[in-house]
Ligand binder design. Structure first.
Ligand SMILES: Nc1nc2c(ncn2[C@@H]2O[C@H](COP(=O)(O)OP(=O)(O)OP(=O)(O)O)[C@@H](O)[C@H]2O)c(=O)[nH]1
Length: 325
């Protein structure tokens, strides 16, 4: 690694596979880090899920860094470099870019490696891809983006190991042996390597240059809504479970920040691969307006889903509170 360049880690992986969970672990490892978070939905949520809110953080939402908002990456990295270069005490020693869950990493790597201004100031230290063991095989079958995330990885982190059956581990490893035979793999639970290895100690493999052949356009849509009124958890949980049951294949991700009438703190709400996770309390922030927000990512018919959401949440959302893209 060239010590005069700022290292960049690209953290990618399919929707809900554990990128933000891992990012929180990496932020706790003591290296001063600036974070660039890319979210597909136009109502960002991830920044509220980070345990450290006092770091340089840029949120690029409403599309993927690999396509719709690809042009935003270079100016963001230029601004970060200007801030870094002009500071007597360096505000960060590395950058982690968390891609959206439906991003293909190749165009992002292309920007980092081929844009001369960036390539002379930044060093691509690693491409880390998370895959949730219980759902990864299906996602690899269904989505070219999930396959691209594996193919471009230096390190594959097989997450949700605590929820995986032994035959799921074996089947996924067999598939990865074909897709990316030379790439190291590590089992993870809640952002921790089961082997005890530190993720940042895992070096990159030989890097290929991107080919410049982009994947076909994404077939995903996101719907976001703002909740004017706090819903009791039991009611919200029943609504979300019902939605997941009605859309077992196409409703790929739900995430959001909600408020309950019975509780002061906001709660992070998460569902992926048809599993609703227990909600987790977030620290109270001065900017809290006690308006909840939920983001739904679908590979199905977003118009129908938006109509369904309007019906289900009627009474809790103001008019025109649902946005699609
Ligand atoms: N049981 C279990 N849950 C996990 C593990 N890793 C992550 N999760 C949970 O899975 C859900 C999704 O994790 P995130 O880290 O937000 O996933 P992500 O890849 O950042 O999601 P997107 O950015 O929306 O694509 C959260 O509720 C996490 O707490 C794990 O190893 N085991």
């Amino acid at each position: 690694m060239n010590p005069s360049k700022i290292p960049v880690i690209v953290l990618t992986g399919f929707l809900g596979s554990g990128k933000t969970t891992l990012l929180n672990r990496l932020l706790a490892d003591g290296v001063k880090t600036a974070v660039v978070i890319n979210e597909f939905g136009n109502t960002p949520v991830d920044q509220d899920l980070l345990s450290d809110q006092n770091i340089p953080m840029t949120v690029l939402s409403g599309g993927c860094l690999c396509c719709q908002i690809k042009g935003a990456l270079a100016p963001t990295l230029k601004n970060l470099w200007m801030a870094w270069n002009s500071a007597a005490i360096k505000p960060f020693d590395r950058i982690i870019i968390e891609t959206s869950g439906v991003a293909s990493p190749e165009p992002i790597l292309d920007t980092l490696l081929r844009e001369r201004w960036l390539a002379s100031r930044y060093h691509l230290a690693a491409v880390i891809t998370t895959l949730a063991i219980p759902s990864a095989l299906q996602q690899l079958d269904d989505f070219a983006e999930a396959r691209a995330q594996v193919v471009w990885a230096d390190t594959l982190l097989l997450t949700h190991a605590d929820l995986a059956a032994a035959d799921q581990d074996a089947a996924l490893n067999k598939r990865l042996q074909t897709l990316a035979p030379a790439t190291s793999r590590h089992m993870m639970t809640d952002g921790e390597c089961q082997s005890g290895d530190r993720i940042t100690n895992i070096g990159p493999a030989l890097r290929r240059l991107p080919t410049g052949n982009p994947l076909p356009a994404h077939n995903f849509a996101s719907i976001s809504l703002h909740l004017d009124q706090a819903l009791p958890w039991l009611q919200l949980e029943a609504i979300l479970q019902e939605l997941l049951a009605r859309h077992p294949l196409d409703l790929l991700r739900i995430k959001g920040v909600v408020y309950l009438p019975e509780q002061a703190e906001a709660l992070a709400v998460q569902a992926a691969a048809n599993r609703l996770y227990p909600p987790t309390p977030l620290t109270i922030r001065s900017s809290d307006d006690r308006r909840g927000r939920l983001v739904f990512i679908t590979s199905g018919d977003s118009k129908t889903l938006a109509e369904e959401l309007t019906g289900i949440f009627a009474g809790f959302i103001p008019p025109n509170a649902i946005r699609q893209h």
